[in-house]
Design a protein around this ligand. Structure first.
Ligand SMILES: Nc1nc2c(ncn2[C@@H]2O[C@H](COP(=O)(O)OP(=O)(O)O)[C@@H](O)[C@H]2O)c(=O)[nH]1
Ligand SMILES: [Mg+2]
Length: 333
């Protein structure tokens, strides 16, 4: 990593801390791309940790997450957790990695705060970060935290394992469902029941909200009891109905985590998961480099000739991969 890059990153970070949104946007672009620049930003951000609280908002496409986020930004700005503060939003749509229509829609739906410089909204893809969202999101949160954002909201489409991983980066995870047949069941199948700290039934202006609430309560009754039972809040994001209750639920959950010492435990687990992910990505990258097709083909010949078994071949390749190879970038690049 060159010294120039480190000083560039330091200057940008200083500017971003002073409220320069262009500098902040550039830092996040570096994070998004991965590689050496990402590494220098992350290492600086790491040395000056902030105290941001992260709220994840997840659910199916069209559930109203962006509309809801826009409302939550409003409450965060006017009341915050301990008074008004800045709010940052990262909007992720893993299904359209190259900023498709969905993200454009997100931006439109969060226009309510377009002129407020206490609000920073960023859509994110994972173009170059080989660690994927599982590393890019925590890195981005770390940068936002280091520049002094007290509240970070991460909006993500909750449809698969990757989104469950993204939710792991949030302190409080809000799962959004809609009234109507089977939505709660779908959320359950997608593994969202386990990650939910709070359920929101958005579009409660539509028929079936009560039934959906009953379905969720039933599923919660059947799931393993913990020391926090996710509350279920009904909202109409378009009008703002239920948003105060949602903010109260988020604040309660945060209080619960802090008072029980749970927040610290979560942060420990998160760092451990992140470290393991970085190791896995690096080992993968080294193995890929050491196992070019010629090398593998010659091993296969040796196996066919009865001179080598596949386990011994793997041992040898692994030794070559992890032996003297130079240190790759933070994401294996
Ligand atoms: N009827 C109704 N429509 C809503 C509500 N909240 C959002 N919508 C609409 O649902 C659509 C999808 O909203 P959006 O926030 O983009 O959903 P996302 O894909 O989950 O981010 C938009 O047309 C919103 O105007 C609500 O509470 N009631
Ligand atoms: Mg959206």
């Amino acid at each position: 990593m060159s010294g120039t890059r480190t000083s560039d990153a330091a200057a940008l970070l200083d500017a971003a801390r002073g409220g320069d949104r262009v500098a902040l946007a550039r830092l996040l672009t570096w994070v998004e791309r991965g590689g050496d620049l990402c590494r220098s930003v992350v290492s600086l951000a790491y040395a000056t940790p902030g105290a941001s609280y992260t709220v994840g908002i997840t659910g199916s496409p069209g559930a109203g997450k962006s509309t809801l986020t826009d409302r939550v930004i409003g409450v965060g700005r006017t009341r915050g957790f301990d008074g008004p503060g800045a709010v940052a939003v990262i909007a992720i749509d893993p299904t359209s990695p190259f900023s498709g229509g969905a993200i454009l829609g997100d931006r439109v739906r969060m226009q309510g705060h377009a002129t407020d410089d206490g609000v920073f909204i960023r859509s994110m893809a994972t173009k170059g970060h080989l660690g994927g969202l599982a590393l890019a999101v925590p890195d981005a949160i770390r940068v936002l935290s280091a520049v002094g954002m007290p509240i970070v909201i991460v909006e993500t489409v909750g449809v698969g394992q990757q989104e469950v991983e993204v939710a792991a980066a949030a302190d409080t995870t809000v799962v959004v469902v809609n009234p109507g047949w089977g939505d709660a069941v779908q959320a359950n199948k997608a593994g969202l029941l386990e990650i939910a700290d709070i359920f929101v039934i958005n579009k409660a202006d539509r028929p079936g909200a009560r039934e959906t609430k009953r379905d969720l309560e039933l599923m919660l009754d059947l799931s393993a009891p913990g020391n926090w039972r996710p509350p279920i809040v009904s909202t109409v994001a378009q009008t703002g109905e239920g948003i105060d209750e949602l903010w109260a639920a988020i604040s309660d959950h945060r209080r619960h985590l802090i008072d029980g010492g749970e927040l610290e435990a979560i942060q420990r687990r998160r760092l451990e998961r992140e470290l393991r992910q970085i190791l896995a990505v690096r080992v993968d990258a080294r193995v890929a480099r050491a196992t070019d097709s010629g090398r593998v083909a010659s091993m296969v010949e040796a196996m066919l000739a009865g001179k080598l078994d596949p386990y011994a071949a793997a041992d040898r390749l692994l030794g070559e991969a992890l032996g003297g190879a130079s240190d790759p970038g933070p994401d294996g690049s």
